[in-house]
Write a protein that binds this ligand. Sequence first.
Ligand code: GLN
Length: 327
Amino acid sequence: MYDISELKRCISDLYEKHRGNNQGDVASYIPELGKADPDLFGISLVTVDGQEFSVGDYQHEFTIQSIIKPIAFLLALEMHGRDKTLAHVGVEPSGDAFNSVELNPRTRLPYNPMVNAGDISVASLIKGASPEAGVSALLDRLGIAAGRDLRIDEHVRDSEATTGSRNRAIAYLLHNFGVIDDGIDHTLHQYFSQCSVLVNCRDLAMIAATIANIGENPATGREAFALTYVRDAMAAMFSCGMYDYSGEWAYRVGVPAKSGVAGGLMAVINRQLGIAVFSPRLDERGNSVRGIAVCTDLAEEFGLHAFEFMNPGSNFLRDAPPTEAAG
Ligand code: GLN
């Protein structure tokens, strides 16, 4: 486990280092998101043994947006298993923008669950018997992961629903190829609602730490996600979570992560900690500029990259009893 006081010092330093970075723009294609204060900036971390630390605007609420995608994928896997879920969405990076109106031409499925097409397909799988049931089932599980009750920002949901022609086009494309069923409006309601859950930076770090802790919230001990499928979500985040920056991210930072267009970014250090950054200014791919900068520096300083020789690996391996020397 990392030294928490060192981590706290580093987070505070990174906050000071990057707060003057004003590159990027707030997302405005969803009109409600365009109203965000671009200067907001928060960083949070939660360890799998329940220690936490936050700086800046970590209590400010914003909509989770695409960071819901690995969670929705987890719920689909729990409800339907791998075979059925993977009959509706692939796990291949697309290399294209998150909102591309496209399917993988080889499979005629969405490339992966981390882009809009994939998450709309997943939303269809988890939408439940009624619009209310599907959304409240998702809120229940996300609330267990965050450790508090969460709610939808209806202004953002309505704003996105009334301007979401691109996502509607994706849904009709999916329907045309038999990927989603006839309940297109129900699916889109689920999708727009999922994106509009209000969280703060600390919630995101707790959700990331819950994933790092194989599905169990480290503060409450409650199980949010079935441990069998947590690896599926981490793998999809690792290869596809940062859209068309995913390859660069895997190379430079090397941890499962997911970003959202409201400026949130969560990163999972497997069996160790959850990290979240909130800063609404985005780069041209839709990722938080400061979020990428903070995670890149933090991973470098602490050797967080999954394949870094300094990475101490999981507690499980380090705590294993020593094996008898051979010979
Ligand atoms: N709700 C957003 C959309 O559908 C989610 C995209 C994102 O966060 N990248 O466009």
